[in-house]
Design a protein around this ligand. Structure first.
Ligand code: PEP
Length: 257
């Protein structure tokens, strides 16, 4: 059976600053060992350089590929008159290896449709950036027993546009909308049920992709609920919002994963 390397990704959203980057690395230097999960930091674009700088200054012990840089969004276009946008190749230039795509805040606040998200996924892949694709249902969809339908449709749109092999080098984050920032995480059983569904869906199309893909859980993960969530067989780590801004707590999530 495949051993999937656990991952903890921190999405700062529109929070933090260069001081937070420094504080996180002070904590990493003292706590993170060579056996850590892969840690991906996704600060606002303006602080990607600060995080990279702190990384470059940091102790050698965890430099061996433990910490990676990620962006929170990417343009679906390669280049051109798209004021305010940042392209995948620009993120590459800044040292990013990952990019979050389809976060529910991008979908709900900025009108990103499934179509746009599939295009952004394609733009990221074209530049060899690894997408962290966020999918998840709202509370009303869950109450109406539509969770699997919503998740299945979100996956299908990406597969139809990009092909199953695009998931070869991709990460999925299951983020139920009702759990994000609410303090009300999914139970480990609820998370496992959906993660198993996602993996099965991908296994049906490609056994290799289904077996290898990392599926993160996101939504009110804290040091007190992480161990049970991360222990589920199909949960390969977490996408972390609020707690990624608290160096000590974020580090404790990294050591739990
Ligand atoms: C998120 O926004 O991706 C997220 C998981 O947030 P939080 O951890 O704060 O619920």
């Amino acid at each position: 059976m495949t051993q999937r390397r656990p991952m903890v990704a921190g999405n700062w959203k529109m929070n933090g600053d260069a001081k937070l980057a420094k504080a996180l690395f002070v904590e990493f230097n003292t706590t993170l060992s060579g056996h850590s999960p892969e840690v991906v930091l996704c600060p606002p674009a303006t602080y990607l350089e600060s995080v990279k700088h702190e990384f470059e200054q940091s102790a050698l012990s965890f430099k061996q590929s433990v910490i990676k840089l990620g962006a929170q969004s990417v343009s679906e276009h390669d280049v051109g008159a798209y004021t305010g946008e940042i392209s995948a190749s620009m993120l590459k230039d800044l040292g990013c290896q990952y990019v979050i795509i389809g976060h529910s805040e991008r979908r709900s606040l900025y009108g990103e449709t499934s179509h746009t998200i599939a295009e952004k996924f394609a733009a990221a892949k074209k530049q060899n950036l690894t997408p962290i694709l966020c999918i998840g249902e709202s509370s009303s969809e869950r109450e109406a027993n539509k969770t699997f339908k919503v998740i299945g449709d979100e996956l299908n749109t990406i597969i139809e546009r990009n092909g199953i092999n695009a998931f070869d080098n991709a990460v999925i984050a299951y983020e139920p909308l009702w759990a994000i920032g609410s303090g009300n995480s999914a139970t480990p059983e609820q998370a496992q049920e959906v993660h198993a569904f996602i993996r099965k869906r991908l296994l049906e199309v490609s056994p290799l992709v289904g077996e290898n893909i990392r599926i993160l859980y996101g939504g009110s993960v804290t040091p007190s609920n992480a161990a049970d969530l991360f222990a589920q067989p199909d949960v390969d780590g977490g996408l972390i919002g609020g707690v990624s801004l608290k160096p000590t707590d974020f580090l404790s999530l990294c050591t739990i994963a």
